[in-house]
Design a binder for this molecule. Structure first.
Ligand code: 8DG
Length: 142
């Protein structure tokens, strides 16, 4: 039996605290119809060739949310293999510098606490991340 190797992509994601409310963070619901349809995720996307993680995250959030971000420290990194794709997921702390998030590339946007996120249907790659976030294992999020 041969097992086809899936494509591997580096995906950067942002943990963005709600302004004036450090307990809640921005999450987005994926569009219907595509891969991982209607599952929730952190804003971000694939890193392009020659791009830094920080530049990719700022570009994705400009394109998908119409906001400018200040990207801070790396919080978490993990790998997950879906049937179609292997994702190297890297989460960064980020702050909104300007703009109000708009769902330009998502079905919905919401601010939630980590415990509330655990009750949502989230992308599988994020489950260990959410466990660490809820348990306070990502360190200071200020
Ligand atoms: N932005 C983001 N993507 C995530 C997370 N968790 C997770 O599994 N992913 C997956 C979903 C997508 O397959 C991929 C991100 O690719 P993308 O944002 O460019 O979205 P896309 O719809 O073009 O992706 P795809 O069809 O190629 O899978 O990583 C997350 O927390 N944030």
């Amino acid at each position: 039996m041969t097992v086809a190797a899936t494509r591997t992509v580096r995906v950067v994601a942002a943990l963005i605290p709600k302004p004036e409310d450090g307990r809640r963070f921005l999450v987005q619901q994926r569009l219907p119809g595509g891969s991982r349809a209607l599952l929730w995720e952190f804003p971000g996307g694939k890193v392009e060739k020659g791009e830094t993680d920080e530049a990719a995250l700022a570009r994705e959030c400009r394109e998908e949310l119409d906001v400018e971000l200040a990207v801070g420290r790396r919080l978490w990194e993990g790998r997950h293999t879906y049937p179609d794709l292997t994702v190297e997921l890297v989460l960064y702390l980020a702050r909104l510098v300007s703009g109000e998030p708009r769902p330009l590339g998502a079905h919905a946007l919401a601010f939630h606490t980590p415990a509330e996120m655990q009750a949502l249907p989230f992308c599988e790659a994020d489950i260990p991340l959410l466990n660490d976030l809820v348990a306070g294992r990502l360190g200071s999020l200020d």
